[in-house]
Design a protein around this ligand. Structure first.
Ligand code: ADP
Length: 532
C-alpha cells in the first residue's frame, strides 16, 4: 500500500520558484569588478533564469548537457545556477585558479558545450580556446569585446518558459576536485541531493538562516558549490550581497553599507580581513555569524571573531560531500561553557548534520571501526544522500561495499559526535609504528610570532620509517633559528613528535584552492636526506 500525499519531485527549480513567490522583493546586490553595483531580487533572478533556460535551448543545448561557468560571485552567476538546472542542464563551475593543464582536462572531460565567463577571465579564455575541444559557445557575463554579453543574450528571450521536468536523480551541477593527486575528478550533484543538502544547511545548527539574514558569501561560487549557499539562501529567501572581487576593503565596505549579518569563507579570507581592519584601525564588521571551512580555523581567528560578538560556524566538508559534512553550531551546554571552552569546542570541526553518517576506521586495515572516545584517531568515512557514489565517467563506485566513502581525512570522533580533524591520510607521519599529526605540528608552529607559514612532512628514516621535517617560511625581517622553533614546540607537542629538522624556505607551494600542497613540497624535496 502506498501513502497518499502529493507528488513533488525534488528539483532545484522549486527553490527559485519559492524564493520568487515568497521573498520576491528580497534583494540580490552585486558589486562588480569595475566598481559598479546592481540590484535585483529573487523575482528578478527567476525571471532571468527562465530567459536563460530558453536561450540555452535556442542554442541547441539539451537535457543533461554541461554548461560551464568561469566566474566570480555575482547575480548573473546565481541566475545561471537556476537557469541551467531549469532547462535540465548541468552547470560546471570551473575554478579559474586551476593550472592550464587542469583547465584543459576538466572542460574536455565534462564535455562542456557553453562557456559563460567574466571579462576578467578573458585571458584564460583566449589562452584555452584552442584546447577546449567541446565548447561551441562563449558568452561573457560582462560586455566582452569578443563574445556576446549575457544580458544581450538572455534579453532576446521573453521568459515564457516552463522548467524542464525530470527525475530527482538527474544531475544539475558538476564540480571537480582540485586534483592534488592525479587528474581532477568530477562530482555530479543531483537535484535531489542538492535540495536535501540545502535543507540541511538551513538548520539552526548549520547556517541558521532566516528571512532577516543578509549573506555575503566570500567562498567563491566555483568552490564546492559555494557550500550550497545559493540554494539554502533561496529556500530562506535571504538577501544576498555578492562581490565579484575579493578585496577586503570592498568586502568590508559592502558588509557595513548593506547590513550584512552572515558571511562564509576559507580561513585566509578572514585573515585578510583582519589585516585590513588592523591597517585601517577599524573594527571588524558586526557580523552575527561567520562560517569558516575548507581548512582548519585557527584559534586566534575564532577568538577574535567571537570577541567581536560573531558566532563562528566551523564547518568540514569536501567537494565529494556537496560539501556539508559537519558544522560547529552551539552545543546543548553552550551557555554554561567558559569563553575558553567555547573556543576549544569551536576549533573542532562540529557535528554531522542530519543526513550524514560519520565513522573512523583503523588506518592500517581501513575496516575496523574505531570507538567514538575523543581519543582514537582513524581514517574518516562518510555516507549519506549528498555524498558521492561514483565520480563522473568512472567505472567503479567510489564507496566500499557498505556505502562508505573514504574521505582521505584523519580524525577523532568525540562521544557527543563532534569531529576533530587531525590530518590527511597521505600526510599523517608514521614514526616507529605510531602516527604523528602533521597538521597539529603546523598549527603549533604557526603560533610562533615569527612564523608566517609552516608545513610538516614525513621524511624517510631508516630506523623509524618516517620522521617529521618542518618547513617554515619566516615573517619578513625575522632571523628565527631552527633551535628556537624546536624550543617553542617543546611544551606544545609530545616529545617524540618534535621535528628532526626545521628547514627555512621562501615559499610553501599551494593548490588552486589556496591550501598547502604537500605533494608539491614532497616533489620539491624528493632528494632530501635526514641526517641520522
Ligand atoms: P580542494 O580544496 O582540494 O578542492 P575540497 O574543498 O573538497 O577540495 O577540500 C576538502 C578537504 O579540505 C577535506 O577533505 C579536508 O582535508 C579539508 N578541510 C575542509 N574543511 C576543513 C576544516 N574545517 N578543517 C580542516 N580541514 C578541512
Amino acid at each position: 500500500m502506498l501513502g497518499a500525499m502529493q507528488d513533488w519531485t525534488m528539483r532545484v527549480t522549486h527553490v527559485v520558484d519559492h524564493a520568487a513567490r515568497e521573498a520576491g522583493t528580497r534583494e540580490i546586490v552585486t558589486r562588480w569588478a569595475d566598481g559598479s553595483e546592481t540590484r535585483t531580487d529573487w523575482a528578478g533572478v527567476r525571471r532571468d533564469a527562465l530567459k536563460m533556460a530558453q536561450a540555452l535551448q535556442a542554442l541547441g543545448i539539451k537535457k543533461g548537457d554541461r554548461v560551464a561557468s568561469l566566474a566570480m560571485n555575482h547575480s548573473r552567476h546565481l541566475v545561471s545556477w537556476y537557469g541551467v538546472a531549469g532547462m535540465g542542464g548541468v552547470l560546471h563551475t570551473v575554478n579559474p585558479r586551476l593550472f592550464d593543464d587542469q583547465l584543459e582536462y576538466i572542460v574536455n572531460h565534462a564535455e562542456d558545450r557553453v562557456m559563460l565567463y567574466d571579462v576578467a577571465f578573458q585571458p584564460i579564455v583566449d589562452r584555452m580556446k584552442s584546447r577546449w575541444t567541446t565548447v561551441e559557445h562563449y558568452i561573457c557575463y560582462d560586455s566582452g569585446e569578443y563574445s556576446q554579453s549575457f544580458e544581450d543574450w538572455i534579453g532576446e528571450q521573453d521568459g515564457d518558459f516552463e522548467w524542464v521536468s525530470g527525475a530527482e536523480t538527474d544531475p544539475c551541477m558538476i564540480c571537480y576536485t582540485s586534483g592534488t593527486t592525479g587528474n581532477p575528478k568530477g562530482v555530479q550533484y543531483e537535484h535531489r541531493s542538492t535540495v536535501l543538502h540545502a535543507l540541511a544547511g538551513l538548520q539552526p545548527s548549520s547556517f541558521n538562516f532566516s528571512a532577516s539574514s543578509v549573506m555575503l558569501p566570500v567562498v567563491p561560487m566555483f568552490h564546492a558549490a559555494s557550500w550550497g549557499l545559493p540554494y539554502a539562501g533561496g529556500m530562506a529567501g535571504i538577501k544576498f550581497v555578492f562581490s565579484a572581487v575579493n578585496d577586503p576593503a570592498v568586502l568590508h565596505d559592502l558588509m557595513i553599507r548593506e547590513g550584512v549579518t552572515d558571511s562564509a569563507g576559507v580561513p585566509t579570507v578572514w585573515l585578510a580581513h583582519f589585516q585590513y581592519c588592523d591597517k585601517e584601525g577599524i573594527d571588524l564588521p558586526p557580523l552575527k555569524a561567520a562560517t569558516i571551512g575548507g581548512s582548519a580555523a585557527p584559534r586566534f581567528m575564532i577568538e577574535r571573531l567571537m570577541k567581536n560578538g560573531t558566532r563562528v560556524q566551523h564547518a568540514w566538508g569536501m567537494t565529494e560531500t556537496s560539501p556539508i559534512g559537519t558544522v560547529g553550531g552551539p552545543t546543548w551546554n553552550w551557555d554554561q561553557l567558559s569563553f575558553e571552552e567555547k573556543v576549544e569546542m569551536t576549533m573542532k570541526q562540529g557535528r554531522p548534520v542530519f543526513g550524514v553518517e560519520l565513522r573512523t576506521v583503523d588506518l592500517d586495515d581501513m575496516m575496523t571501526e574505531l570507538p567514538r572516545d575523543g581519543e582514537t584517531s582513524g581514517a574518516l568515512q562518510i555516507r549519506g544522500p549528498w555524498i558521492i557514489k561514483r565520480y563522473f565517467k568512472a567505472e567503479k563506485d567510489a564507496t566500499n561495499n557498505e556505502g562508505w566513502f573514504d574521505t582521505g581525512d584523519v580524525g577523532i570522533i568525540h562521544p557527543d559526535g563532534t569531529l576533530q580533524l587531525t590530518d590527511r591520510t597521505k600526510d599523517v607521519i608514521k614514526s616507529g609504528g605510531e602516527w604523528i599529526s602533521s597538521v597539529e605540528l603546523e598549527n603549533a608552529a604557526v603560533g610562533h610570532p615569527d612564523v608566517a607559514e609552516a608545513a610538516a612532512v614525513g621524511m624517510y628514516h631508516p630506523k623509524w620509517d618516517e620522521r617529521p621535517v618542518l618547513f617554515v617560511v619566516r615573517k619578513p625581517g625575522s632571523e628565527l633559528t631552527s633551535g628556537e622553533v624546536i624550543e617553542f614546540l617543546t611544551d606544545k607537542v609530545a616529545k617524540w613528535w618534535l621535528p628532526d629538522a626545521v628547514e627555512f624556505i621562501d615559499e610553501i607551494p599551494h593548490t588552486a584552492t589556496g591550501k598547502i600542497s604537500k605533494k608539491d613540497l614532497r616533489d620539491q624535496f624528493a632528494d632530501y636526506k635526514l641526517e641520522t
